[in-house]
Design a protein around this ligand. Structure first.
Ligand code: MAN
Length: 577
């Protein structure tokens, strides 16, 4: 009868192997099998010394002799369990506490058999549920056999577990369905988007061509307009320069005799080239290129050209107004914007009106949004600034600060046409970029391994939390893991999605998240997520076994790969799809 049961169990085990059953279910079945073996042992009453397991029974079978299990010594059978330790390996006293290393086997019929150290035999404490370790002394009366109750409770618990796993299996089937549908949906969207992008690319090329076509005559007309303006400005500049030269001559010619002499330069300290506080005769002569009496015509020609940068008008002092007239401000070179001028809060050398213009443009620019990081913001700012400078240059301020005259009607029309072409190109370009982004987003999602049957798809884009005494931990599958102090404070990245990391035969049982926030004086933070079957998606624990290396336990129906018949223990691992 016993052999028949064992055979049945073996057949069942091999059947389960064929169906790739889960290790947990295999263990459950083996336990059930073992219990039935124990049952057989007791009912068929194989006699063996106290404290000996069924496996070791053959070594104690001889009626006359016993050989210590390590083979070191042979003793009379009567010396087994005689409360005196004869064998070095303690194997002659499995049922007493005589040997220091002895092991007592509790049969625990109806529950799980187990070994206890034989020092616990007859110590007054019940260790075996069948009370077999307490057969002498106070324990013998106090301990009772409660293996059946324990066995029943354990069976109920395991049956409950099986029921939950079965429900999880059904959810998994649903997940697989969803996952497959989602994959097909994504493939379809991707196909559509790629086709749309092809059309959008062509449209963009066409719009670019039209833009260039419109910009070429626009540029020509604008350049011509500017050339006329520049020429007028050059004439004006020359006249101004001549006027300044005349005024400078009149100022230097202190005695107003129409000639400048070296001593007339003495008050003009800007000609003190050696910085000794005096304008010496040599220094004055050098300015006047050696001419002692310099007429206006010569001054206005080569001399003025040499000194105009240096020359400064002396302050005029009148009796009514003794305070010195301030020197005119140094020319401000429009192009010399220093780095400070480019500071974000100050628009450099702009006047108030310019500042307003710039601010208005800032307001209109939706691209200056809060999501940009500092680098992007600076880049956008620089581009904005460059555009602004370009516009300013086109407006063109003349010698007297007046603006470049408006374009003629024909040029204005060309600008209008080019603006429209630019706008259309911008629109087409935006469309291409939007499509490109959508394609990339879907490709990114599709590149994630969501399991052989897409059964992990419903976990994508979700997050799960677990809170312990100090932190709230978060798992966003296929994205990242993080930690937030309960007491408040910022979130710390504990890793970004890396890869599946279970062993070959159970690859989808572990996830690895790497490259989290660097640990001070340590590695980058990382998280290992251990998954198991559960009725719901739930982060059930989080710990930090090593500094900055985290371990999460996560339950999910996606891993409920088997369905077990609660009555027969039969296992089905076939997905229904
Ligand atoms: C933070 C948390 C901890 C971690 C330490 C390391 O306090 O991320 O989990 O151990 O930093 O300094």
């Amino acid at each position: 009868m016993m052999f028949r049961r064992v055979e049945r169990m073996a057949a069942c085990v091999s059947d389960m192997k064929a169906k790739k059953m889960s290790v947990k279910s295999l263990i459950t079945l083996v336990l059930i099998g073992l219990m039935s073996i124990i049952d057989v042992v007791v009912t068929e009453s194989v006699t063996r010394p106290r404290g000996v397991s069924l496996t070791n029974e053959p070594f104690y079978r001889d009626s006359q002799w016993f050989t210590c299990l390590d083979g070191s010594r042979q003793i009379f059978k009567s010396q087994v369990n005689d409360d005196y330790c004869d064998c070095m390996d303690s194997s002659d006293e499995p049922g007493t506490s005589a040997c220091p290393q002895g092991k007592f086997h509790c049969n625990n019929r109806g529950f799980k058999p187990k070994y206890i150290p034989s020092s616990r035999v007859n110590d007054g404490i019940c260790d075996c549920c069948d009370a077999s370790d307490e057969y002498k002394g106070p324990g013998a009366t106090q301990c009772s056999n409660n293996c059946r109750e324990l066995g029943r409770a354990d069976l109920e618990r395991r049956q409950q577990e099986i029921i939950l796993m079965n429900q999880g299996f059904d959810v998994r089937q649903e997940y697989i369905k969803q996952g497959i549908e989602k994959k097909a949906e994504r493939e379809e969207s991707l196909k559509k988007l790629r086709e749309e992008k092809e059309v959008a690319d062509q449209l963009k090329d066409e719009k670019e061509r039209l833009k260039q076509e419109a910009e070429s005559p626009e540029k020509e007309a604008k350049d011509a307009h500017k050339a006329v303006w520049d020429a007028q400005q050059a004439v004006l500049r020359e006249e101004r320069d001549k006027q300044r030269a005349n005024e400078a001559f009149d100022e230097l010619d202190a005695d107003r005799n129409g000639l400048i002499t070296p001593d007339e330069l003495a008050d003009h300290k800007e000609f003190d080239s050696d910085g000794d506080g005096e304008v010496s005769e040599e220094e004055a002569k050098a300015v006047l290129i050696g001419i002692d009496r310099l007429p206006k015509a010569t001054f206005i020609g080569p001399i003025w050209k040499n000194i105009k940068e240096k020359f400064k008008s002396l302050p005029k002092v009148t009796p009514e107004d003794p305070s010195p007239v301030p020197s005119p401000p140094e020319d401000v070179n429009e192009g010399d914007a220093s780095e400070e001028d480019l500071d974000m809060g100050d628009h450099g050398d702009m006047n108030d009106e310019d500042e307003e213009d710039f601010a208005d443009e800032d307001d209109e620019d939706e691209e200056f949004d809060d999501d940009l990081d500092e680098g992007e913001l600076m880049e956008k700012y620089a581009k904005h600034r460059a555009d602004y400078e370009k516009k300013k240059e086109v407006k063109g301020k003349g010698e007297d600060g007046e603006e470049m005259p408006e374009y003629d009607e024909a040029t204005k029309k060309l600008i209008e046409v080019a603006d429209a072409a630019r706008e259309e190109f911008k629109e087409a370009e935006k469309q291409v970029n939007d499509l490109k982004k959508s394609i990339e987003d879907i490709e990114k999602l599709m590149n994630v391994d969501l399991g052989p049957q897409q059964e992990f798809e419903p976990l994508q884009k979700q997050c799960y939390e677990y809170t312990d005494r100090e932190y709230t931990y978060k798992l966003c599958p296929f994205d990242k893991t993080s930690q937030r102090p309960k007491a408040g404070g910022s979130e710390t990245q504990l890793g970004n999605w890396g890869q599946w990391e279970g062993p070959d035969e159970n690859k989808y049982s572990k996830m690895k998240y790497t490259r989290g926030r660097n640990c001070w004086n340590g590695p980058d933070r990382s998280t290992l997520v251990i998954l198991r079957c559960g009725l719901e998606n739930k982060l059930v624990s989080a710990s930090e076994p090593e500094r900055c290396t985290y371990e999460f336990q996560f339950e999910t129906p996606s891993l409920c790969t088997t369905k077990t018949d609660v009555e027969t223990g039969e296992i089905d691992s076939h997905d229904e799809l």
